[in-house]
Design a protein around this ligand. Structure first.
Ligand SMILES: NC(=O)c1ccc[n+]([C@@H]2O[C@H](COP(=O)([O-])OP(=O)(O)OC[C@H]3O[C@@H](n4cnc5c(N)ncnc54)[C@H](OP(=O)(O)O)[C@@H]3O)[C@@H](O)[C@H]2O)c1
Length: 318
């Protein structure tokens, strides 16, 4: 009985492996637009796809970042400045893409651009802090997708949305996890809606990796800024000691866990764009695969106990 079961599981993985290694043809003629190419995953993916011969349209928030990327890539890679939080910028970038792809359409759209903060305990933040994050990570992603979808449909292409393991398990206050839960929901409905047109939608769920977004100093500064703006009664409830211990925990135990091998993530993105049979979801990084994802399936009381274990207690906690 166990032998049959093992053989069945082995067969499943063999078939999956075979299916997943089939690559789409004519990649050199395919255009892919990636947002947030100034740094991190987007920057690496742009250079990686360029090296593998795809026609990369790299969107950077600033011209300076675009210039730097051009200097590091082939002449085939083209850049555009795009702020995904601004409608006029999205409209202009869409027109720019249209002029390049013509009748071929856009094979790939990678919604990668994002921000992390403002970080902080939710109570330390304002509505505007939440809006700032949602405006880029969620509404920006939605607006870019809606604007470019006609071109993707023309190519029967791919939409690759960069979510996070924080879109499966909410373990931080502020707008970040909310925005990534939103990206997951948006992608799920989009996948079903676009299937009849031959468009595939994939979601990337990285664990924690070392990029500008997770820079320790930057994250600690954001927590400090959120604390500084918190109302006096909130500060009294938490107490300075809480902040001190919380920042210590983050800097000594949480943030150093980040991994430096960003290609674990960009390889997933590339597979989603180039495989004949891409996956619906890709989790990248051992922390995502072995810790956060399994925890997201646990009973809530258990996940809560694990996630709050070792956290400092607010001064006025019961
Ligand atoms: N690093 C991680 O551990 C991790 C984990 C899970 C998911 N992710 C996700 O991965 C994606 C890439 O992040 P990353 O880690 O590579 O961080 P990153 O190095 O900070 O890259 C983010 C990129 O997005 C750009 N960006 C920010 N706001 C933008 C806007 N309004 N319009 C256009 N571009 C904008 C940034 O440009 P500027 O630098 O010019 O602002 C930057 O180039 C994000 O969606 C993030 O949520 C990251």
């Amino acid at each position: 009985m166990w032998l049959y079961l093992a053989a069945l599981v082995g067969l499943y993985y063999l078939v999956r492996w075979h299916r997943e290694r089939q690559v789409v043809s004519h990649l050199r003629d395919k255009y892919v637009l990636i947002t947030g190419c100034g740094s991190g995953f987007g920057n690496l993916l742009a250079r990686q796809l360029d090296m593998h011969g795809l026609r990369v349209l790299a969107a950077c928030r600033t011209e300076k970042a675009a210039e730097q990327l051009r200097a590091q890539s082939s002449d085939r890679l083209e850049t555009v400045t795009l702020d995904i939080a601004k409608t006029e910028s999205i409209t202009a970038a869409t027109q720019w893409v249209k002029e390049r792809v013509g009748d071929r359409g856009l094979w790939g759209l990678v919604n990668n651009a994002g921000i992390s903060g403002p970080w902080g305990r939710s109570e330390w933040l304002t509505k505007e802090d939440f809006v700032t994050t949602l405006n880029v990570n969620l509404l920006g992603t939605i607006e870019v997708t809606l604007s470019l979808l006609p071109l993707v449909r023309k190519a029967r292409g791919r939409v690759v949305n960069v979510s996070s393991i924080a879109g499966r398990l909410s373990f931080l206050g502020g707008g970040y996890c909310i925005s990534k839960y939103g990206v997951e929901a948006f992608s799920d409905s989009l996948r079903r809606e676009l299937a009849p047109f031959g468009v595939k939608v994939a979601i990337i769920e990285p664990g924690s990796f070392k990029t500008n977004m997770t820079n320790t100093e930057r994250v600690l500064q954001q927590f400090q800024a959120a604390w500084d703006q918190a109302r006096p009664e909130i500060k009294e409830i938490y107490g300075e000691k809480f902040l001190e211990s919380y920042l210590k925990l983050l800097s000594e135990h949480v943030l150093p866990v980040e991994k430096e091998n960003l290609s674990e993530v960009t390889d997933c993105m590339e597979h989603a764009l180039t495989a004949c049979h891409p996956r619906t979801r890709y989790s990248a990084g051992w922390d995502a695969k072995l810790f956060y994802l399994p925890m997201s399936y646990m009973p809530t009381f258990l996940a809560d106990a694990i996630l709050t274990w070792g956290l400092p207690r607010p001064a006025k906690a019961l």
